[in-house]
Design a protein around this ligand. Structure first.
Ligand code: PEP
Length: 252
């Protein structure tokens, strides 16, 4: 059965108690949804440990929203891979457009973080996406190919089997986001797939999960997931409350 990755980044929205209440509901739901769905949640750092405990024995994977690439050091306010590994984190979201926009993260930083995650056996979920200006100037594919190449620099074919990619066009994300046309998403995902095959060969290149994210809603998620080479959805607002997320999960 082909795997479908469905997950959500809570950004800076839920407290520990809110996150635990959500997790308890999702755990119940996870028991009834189709088994080919790989479910993951990405809470804030403060909630990771209690949620790890709450998820004990559950199929839901746990991710972190960011991390530093160094194991330890004088980096006030940062969290290291060693610290996340101690909690038992499954995947690390890297390079979300808000990290790039507000904290000046670039592809070279993300590449260091990818290597750090892999060293600790945590799966990097690398976010890439073009801006509206880049799209309007017709350079989306060039931008995405470069992001992919730099973020994955020196990642071996063996390591690449643990990587996940999320395509999140910057103009489609968040309150002011404009949902992308499903055909456009399909075209970009096929392009990204070709790039991954060029980088890692047919077998591994075809197997790296390619998720789509950006204003995924109840009225459009099926159109996205039906596109060839869309292997999952990275969902923001629609997944933050169980009323809408449960509808999405039950209809997959
Ligand atoms: C996101 O910010 O990564 C995202 C997908 O958000 P939303 O679904 O709310 O647009």
């Amino acid at each position: 059965m082909t795997k479908v990755w469905i997950g959500t980044n809570w950004k800076m929205t839920k407290t520990i108690s809110e996150g635990l209440a959500y997790t308890r509901e999702l755990k119940k739901l996870a028991e009834s949804i189709t088994p080919n769905i790989e479910l993951f949640i990405i809470p804030s750092f403060t909630s990771l440990l209690p949620i790890r405990e709450e998820l004990s024995g559950s199929r839901i994977k746990l991710g972190a929203q960011n991390m530093h690439w160094e194991d330890r050091g004088a980096y006030t306010g940062e969290i290291s891979p060693r610290m996340l590994d101690e909690i038992g984190i499954d995947l690390i979201e890297l390079g979300h457009s808000e990290r790039r926009q507000y904290y000046n993260e670039n592809d070279v930083d993300i590449n260091k973080k990818v290597h750090a995650a892999l060293k600790y056996g945590m799966r990097p979920l690398v976010c890439i996406g073009e801006s509206i200006d880049q799209k309007n100037n017709g350079i989306s594919k060039e931008v995405l190919a470069a992001q992919l190449k730099v973020c994955l620099k020196n990642v071996t074919t063996e390591q690449a089997q643990h990587v996940l990619i999320a395509y999140e066009p910057v103009w489609a994300i968040g309150e002011r986001g404009i949902p992308a046309e499903a055909d456009y998403v399909g075209e970009i995902h096929s392009f990204l797939r070709k790039n991954l095959v060029d980088l890692y060969g047919e077998k591994v290149g075809q197997e790296i999960p390619l998720l789509y994210g950006g204003s995924v809603r109840l009225d459009n998620f099926l159109n996205y997931i039906q596109q060839t080479n869309v292997n999952g959805l990275f969902v923001g607002r629609t997944a933050w409350n169980m009323e809408t997320f449960s509808v999405l999960l039950n209809e997959l």
